[in-house]
Design a protein around this ligand. Structure first.
Ligand code: GAL
Length: 665
């Protein structure tokens, strides 16, 4: 089936058959061609251990297939039924404080518990066997948003096993790596090691980061078991699981996971309204595309209305037109799908107030009309499916650093990893440059500029990769508090950023965190916040110094020529305006042009490129004014022929099949 995958999570098991008929009709009306089925349906599918009821699922798959809707069939393992937890209380998750959680919600299981793993494999095998030949099944969706943590005895045992492998069975090596002479933590046997449960005072950070690595791997092992069972039944059907990208939920090392799925699929719920929400869309989409190694990826869930700007306190309904803009913004950045949670709003249950494509009020609603219009729009864009996005700048994304910076042992708990990355990404968005995310071990030389906003945890290998990137001609922009600890969470000795003193031509001696709201002035007019550092240059040119305060007169922003390239160092967090100025200066120095030179301020421009040399320019006017944008080609939403300039009304979107090859960076 060609075209974008359009639709959402579909739970017919929650509704009587009369509603199914309406679903069929409304899906046709909305141009829905994809339904994700079965995500939390375990108790319906397996009402008692080993007893399966497939009748509703058989009918659903047949019905959807007859209606021209492909199915992403999920394994239901994110929500074990009550009979399971009562029979296997040891498979219930335990908090760091030792409290066992009970069933009554979802995601209440311990992924390391043998009983859970066996039950998950059984139900997966039953699904694989029954639906291997079903023509509706286009993709498998294993589980849902892996992430539930646990600290029980099963986890302790699995953690020890993982540690033995990591340290080659050498307990002395673990004691060294964890620096266990500090606070009398020396381990004499592997069995003495616990998960990082609630303890008296500060945790050992090396222990905590190893546990985070382990838990990501343990969940991955659970995913792989299901994947391999399904692969055995349907070797040619793609298999994935959905990553949850918002900031507070980072249990997984997405790079490692991405290598194990056939296509990266993300769930993305906006954390902000207005343009900040738009930038959040770009942040999620750019990560998903990068995790999928720049191939088209899947937006598996979004909310057709509602955002969570109030951090869980209240939702805000998306304004009219936003669904189209956001959906095309994911597509512009490489998604080949627009899928939502969920098709029909649940009548009851914990998420009865969640937005849906068919709201409680029915099809005669603004939301459903927008949903149907979006379906029509997407069906006119089929030719774009499979094309890719090109970026000439990258931001480093590192799971270890993210975990390391979250621990309460750093000099300031206001210094956070994801916000630091977001700031850099947002500045690039405002500068009109599309950014990839990358890993230290990638071939960074394909990027003209690499930003590492806070490379706090830097292994010698990672530092070497960055240094060679600069030597080879790249522009590295390293943010403050970088190269501070290595992969064992032990400080680099001799000055920071460890492993990069030569490439950067600077040496940081001491940190001076700033209180929230406190700022520091720089000699070039910039403003720093949250953080400052006492550094000396060793060959680097000073672009700006600190003005006033204890660091008065000392360097703040530096630039150093090293080999063929340039190492920039920024020893504070610049405020928005100052970040924008610096980012534009670096892009200029590296010869990186915006995606669409000449695009007016507030107009977002992103391109997808076909393998046959065709390109499609997506334009979004995020301002309240009509904008005139340079463009040549056929506008696919209206069919208009554009010769030289396109007028975009406030908040309007356009997709242009270009007749002139884009200028390449
Ligand atoms: C996702 C989840 C969905 C639904 C949604 C609500 O995390 O996969 O099932 O709960 O959030 O926003």
């Amino acid at each position: 089936m060609p075209g974008f995958w359009y639709g959402g999570d579909y739970s017919p098991e929650q509704w009587p058959p009369a509603v199914w008929e309406e679903d069929d009709a409304l899906m046709r009306q909305a141009g829905v061609n994809t339904a994700t089925v079965g995500v939390f349906a375990w108790s319906t599918l397996e009402p008692a251990e080993g007893t399966y009821d497939f009748t509703w699922l058989d009918r659903t798959l047949d019905r959807l297939h007859a209606n021209g809707v492909r199915v992403i069939l999920a394994t239901p393992t994110a929500s074990p039924p009550p009979w399971f937890s009562l029979a296997h209380p040891d498979a219930l998750p335990v908090t760091p404080e030792g409290t066992q959680r009970w069933h009554g919600s979802r995601d209440t299981y311990c992924a390391a518990a043998p009983a859970y793993r066996e039950a998950a494999k059984r139900v997966t095998a039953a699904l694989g066997e029954r639906y291997a030949e079903h023509p509706a099944v286009a993709m498998w969706h294993v589980h849902n948003e892996y992430g539930t943590p646990c600290y029980c005895e099963h986890v302790a045992a699995a953690f020890r096993c993982w540690l033995r492998a990591r340290y080659d069975g050498d307990l002395a090596a673990l004691n060294d790596a964890w620096y266990t002479r500090f606070w009398s933590q020396g381990y004499r046997t592997w069995d003495e090691i616990l998960p990082p449960r609630d303890t008296q005072y500060l945790p050992n950070p090396a222990h905590a980061v190893d546990f985070a690595r382990f838990w990501s791997d343990e969940l991955l092992a659970a995913y792989r078991e299901q994947r391999d069972i399904l692969r055995g039944h349907t070797p040619d059907t793609p298999i994935t699981t959905n990553f949850m990208l918002p900031d507070g939920y980072q249990m997984l090392d997405f790079w490692r996971w991405s290598a194990e799925v056939d296509v990266v699929a993300i769930d993305h719920y906006l954390n902000a309204t207005g343009v900040a929400g738009t930038i959040d869309v770009a942040f999620g989409a750019d990560r998903a595309r990068s995790f999928n190694r720049n191939r088209p990826w899947l937006l598996m869930e979004q909310a057709v209305s509602t955002m969570w700007p109030g951090h869980g306190e209240m939702v805000t309904a998306k304004e009219p037109g936003r669904l189209l803009r956001d959906s095309l913004a994911y597509v512009a950045r490489g998604s080949d799908s627009v899928l939502a949670f969920q098709w029909r709003a649940s009548r009851g249950g914990s998420e009865l107030h969640h937005a849906a494509m068919v709201p409680h009020a029915g099809a005669d609603t603004r939301v459903f009309r927008e949903v149907a219009a979006l379906g029509r729009t997407l069906s006119g864009l089929d030719e774009i499916v499979g094309s890719t996005v090109r970026a000439s700048v990258a931001i480093l994304w590192d799971a270890d650093t993210r975990w390391a910076l979250e621990l309460p042992v750093t000099p300031s708990r206001h210094l956070r990893y994801v916000p630091a990355l977001r700031d850099t990404h947002a500045a690039l968005w405002r500068a009109g440059a599309v950014a990839d995310f990358a890993r230290y071990e990638d071939d960074l030389s394909r990027y003209a500029v690499v930003f590492a906003p806070s490379a706090y945890l830097l292994s010698p290998a990672a530092a070497k990769s960055l240094a060679s990137y600069v030597e080879g001609g790249g522009h590295l922009v390293l943010g403050c508090f970088s190269g501070v600890v290595d992969e064992r969470y032990q400080a680099w000795l001799g000055g920071f950023p460890g492993g990069l003193l030569e490439a950067l031509g600077v040496r940081v001696e001491e940190f001076h965190p700033l209180a929230p709201g406190q700022t520091v002035a720089l000699t070039d007019g910039a403003t720093g916040q949250l953080w400052s550092e006492d550094l000396a240059t060793h060959g680097a040119e000073v672009l700006a110094g600190y003005r006033g305060g204890v660091l008065d007169g000392k360097p703040a922003i530096t630039r150093h020529t090293h080999g063929e390239g340039t190492g920039w160092y920024v020893s504070t967090f610049l405020n928005e305006g100052s970040t924008d100025r610096l980012v534009r200066r670096v892009l200029d120095a590296a010869g990186v042009r915006p995606e669409l030179p000449g695009a007016p301020e507030g107009v977002e421009a992103v391109r997808r490129h076909g393998s046959d040399g065709r390109s499609w320019l997506f334009l979004f006017n995020h301002t309240d004014n009509t904008a005139t944008v340079p463009a040549h080609g056929r506008e696919l939403l209206t069919g208009a022929h554009i010769e030289g300039a396109l007028r975009l009304a406030p908040l309007e979107v356009a997709v242009i099949r270009e007749t002139r090859p884009p200028e390449v960076n």
